[in-house]
Design a protein around this ligand. Structure first.
Ligand code: ADQ
Length: 751
């Protein structure tokens, strides 16, 4: 046995021996007492028996006063080694006859009345003696009494022997019980350890296998979830060990995915060609999704399939509707899909943005579901799925499906390309099952998404909501801890991958130093050098909390009038989905509010809010990010929010304060921001004032910490983690296929 086992056994045996020792210590005196009582009772009976046997000859001799014969009778009787002495007393209590051994001190023994037999024991110099007096009767009349004295030293000897046996018995019992218990404990421990090992080794990709021991079932869930967390943490640490760059991503594709084909599908295209009077112009859309995925595509090459929405798009593609992008430095293919006005209306504006967008964002705007929109949504998903299938050069490409516009596409592609690795990323929040349940086509959407190999969300919370929704509305097998869903014999891994941005290379922007920008931007806006500047950058969308943000600015100016004339807030809002009523109303409300606040606090040229409701290119945004004292992100609900990360990345001077809504995915990572509840206007106002008066040291400390996080957890890591997981699953699938074909071949040989 190993030292550990010996120690384990001792740890068990010693307490057991101790318990048994204490037990023996309490029991032995009891046993002693009991055996003594048995022996005394035995001697009492024996004495009566002997007296009966001696009575007749003794009385004869006494009557005849035959002293010699009486002595002979007595001497013969005490030949018995236990009978020590005899004596005879007359009724007057006079000792008439006795053996030599009879102790004088006993005299004519007077039997204690109604006392315990033990009291017939006397202690004499020669040892313990048992004394019993038996009346001798002649014709029914007492003529004297015979006193019988037994030597009880044998009782002590026997008692000592009994004690010895009892103690030995207990000791033996202790040893036997200990060994049996230790043996059983060892055996079950080995079973447990084996089962735990199986669980630990049983990769979370094999969650459907039941563990060997039923006793381990109750903890298996906790164990797996612990493992998962450890795995995630380890993976995070492994990832941390290297800084993720486009090169890391490229080598991952080369080494882990053996150069497999990568296809991206999204609604929004990364480059929009617009026909203008000056010719074709290229525009980058204001979209978090495009910002992130474009960086990845530049690194990975491959084909990006998207809706060709620009007025000059058709003029710039080849016969296969393809164009190489980025225009300045082509590195991947953009394949455009054309949609009719009707399709775009139903699928994009209707079902996606009037239905799914408000359904998934808790921003108190009612989703609208129309059957006609749904029909378009299904048809357009089919169109894009067909485009993906047509673009695939192999039967097992890696397909990155982007966002809520294509919930049905994963299953459609899976049916045509069963070996494809489909990674679907849901860029917006996923609501709880009750909220999602109001969608009339909830089952179809869930089934569509479960065609994915991997389904990604920004946060663990959205992932959990999705799993619970599936659990509520579909018959599936869910391994919550392993985060897998098995549906129709196919497994989908549901994970969270927080999205990020590409970390800007030092001095890459060429837009000048923060110090010069600080002055330049203020100058452009007609503000003085020391003027305090806040910035908000969003699509004009009701989920972004623009109204609440402006109300917070107003409240701050109310509470701190000294800021009037000293502080200006620039709200940059790119037009978005402006053909929808909800968005038009929203924009009108924003404009109205800006006007009201400006009227209230304006003074000469001074206006506290500058609304720039137009698209800005990245350089312009960078200038604002770097010139601002504070950036406010106050979304009412947001999957991640990349503006928060862009602001942090832009601040290489380690200055500036980020105010961040607690309802963004980014708030789970950027803890050093001033986190606010955007619905709480007072809190927003306080945060704004605190940001504007925050000492430089504190700004630096907070900004430094956030910068280091965003730098490490950049968009390449986001994509890298998904692709690594995909590579792992593909590897496993290949091994399984080999095993399957091998066993089929063996079976054929046997047959
Ligand atoms: P969006 O809702 O588009 O993204 P966000 O993450 O903030 O939100 O990204 C907006 C992007 O558009 C940023 O890159 C920003 O620079 C750019 N942008 C905003 N206003 C602009 C303007 N006026 N002019 C030019 N560019 C502008 C969705 C989800 C988010 C999630 C992203 C990525 O709603 O929660 O973070 O996808 O997954």
């Amino acid at each position: 046995m190993k030292l550990r086992s010996v120690r384990l056994s001792l740890r068990f045996v010693l307490p057991l021996a101790l318990v048994l020792g204490v037990f023996a210590y309490a029991v032995v005196p009891m046993m002693d007492n009991l055996t003594l009582r048995w022996f005394v009772r035995d001697l009492d009976i024996r004495s009566r028996f002997l007296a009966g046997a001696l009575e007749e000859p003794l009385l004869d001799y006494v009557q005849q006063k035959e002293r010699r014969k009486i002595n002979q009778l007595f001497d013969r009787a005490i030949q018995d080694e236990r009978l020590y002495a005899l004596a005879f007393c007359d009724t007057a209590g006079k000792l008439l006859y006795k053996t030599k051994t009879y102790p004088d001190a006993l005299g004519c023994w007077h039997t204690p009345q109604k006392k315990g037999e033990a009291e017939s024991l006397v202690s004499m110099p020669q040892g313990s003696l048992h004394v019993a007096a038996s009346p001798m009767l002649q014709d029914g009349k007492e003529v004297g009494k015979l006193i019988l004295v037994h030597d009880v030293s044998f009782i002590e000897k026997r008692s000592a022997d009994t004690k010895k046996y009892v103690i030995s018995l207990f000791a033996l019992l202790a040893v036997v019980i200990s060994f049996i218990t230790v043996f059983i404990a060892h055996a079950s421990l080995r079973g447990w350890v084996q089962s735990l090992r199986d669980v630990l080794r049983g990769d979370i990709l094999q969650p459907l296998q039941a563990p060997a021991l039923p006793e381990i079932q109750p903890v298996i869930g906790d164990l797996r979830s612990l493992l998962r967390d450890l795995n995630v943490e380890r993976r995070g640490r492994d990832d941390m060990s290297s800084t993720w760059t486009p090169d890391t991503l490229r080598s991952l594709l080369r080494n882990e995915l053996a150069g497999d084909e990568v296809l991206v599908v999204s609604n929004r295209e990364p480059y929009i060609h617009e026909a203008t009077p000056n010719g074709i112009e290229v525009r980058r859309p204001a979209s978090g999704l495009v910002t992130a995925v474009e960086a990845v595509m530049r690194a990975c090459s491959g084909t990006w399939i998207a809706h060709g929405s620009g007025s000059g798009d058709r003029q710039t593609v080849d016969r296969q509707n393809r164009v190489q992008v980025p225009p300045s430095n082509p590195s991947y293919t953009l394949r455009r899909v054309w949609l009719s006005k009707d399709e775009e209306q139903g699928y994009y504006y209707g079902f996606s943005n009037e239905g799914l967008w408000p359904l998934c964002h808790i921003a108190h705007v009612r989703p609208v579901f129309r059957s006609s929109d749904w029909d378009r949504y299904v048809a357009v998903n089919r169109r894009f799925a067909d485009a993906v299938i047509a673009e695939a050069r192999t039967d097992d490409p890696v397909i990155l499906v982007q966002d809520y516009h294509f919930a049905l596409l994963p299953r459609m592609v899976r049916e045509a390309l069963p070996r494809a690795t489909i990674i679907t990323f849901w860029h917006i929040p996923w609501p709880n099952p009750e909220s999602f349940g109001i969608c009339p086509w909830r089952e179809e959407l869930l089934e569509g998404l479960l065609g994915s190999t991997i389904l990604g969300f920004h946060t663990p919370f959205h992932r959990k909501n999705f799993i619970e929704t599936v659990d509520r509305y579909l018959e599936t097998r869910i391994e919550g801890e392993a985060s897998t869903i098995s549906y129709g014999g196919k497994l989908t891994q549901v994970e969270h991958y927080p999205i990020s941005i590409a970390w800007p290379e030092a001095n890459a922007s060429g837009i000048g130093s923060t110090a010069t920008l600080h002055a330049d931007v203020r100058h452009e806006l007609g503000l003085g050098e020391g003027h305090l500047l806040g910035v908000g950058v969003d699509r004009m969308d009701y989920t972004k909390g623009i109204i609440e943000r402006l109300q917070a600015v107003e409240r701050m100016l109310e509470l701190h009038p000294k800021m009037i004339g000293r502080f200006t807030f620039v709200q940059i809002a790119a037009p978005s989905r402006s053909s929808l009523d909800e968005y038009q109303n929203f924009e009108a409300r924003v404009r109205g509010l800006v006007q009201r606040i400006n009227q209230r606090f304006s003074n000469g040229n001074y206006q506290p809010i500058l609304l720039k409701a137009e698209h800005h290119d990245q350089d312009q945004l960078q200038r604002y990010y770097r010139a601002a004292d504070v950036c406010v992100v106050s979304s009412l609900h947001d999957g991640m929010n990349l503006v928060a990360k862009e602001f942090v990345a832009a601040r290489d001077d380690e200055r500036g304060v980020l105010i961040l809504s607690q309802f963004t995915g980014a708030a789970r990572e950027l803890h050093e921001a001033l986190i606010v509840n955007p619905y709480h206007i007072e809190q927003g106002a306080d945060a704004l004032y605190r940001a504007l008066t925050m000492p430089a040291d504190e700004q630096r400390e907070r900004m430094r910490s956030m910068r280091s996080l965003v730098k490490d957890f950049n968009v390449y890591r986001w994509a890298g983690r998904m692709l690594l997981d995909a590579a792992r699953l593909r590897q496993r699938e290949r091994v399984m296929t080999k095993i399957r074909s091998h066993s089929r071949a063996s079976l054929r040989r046997v047959v």
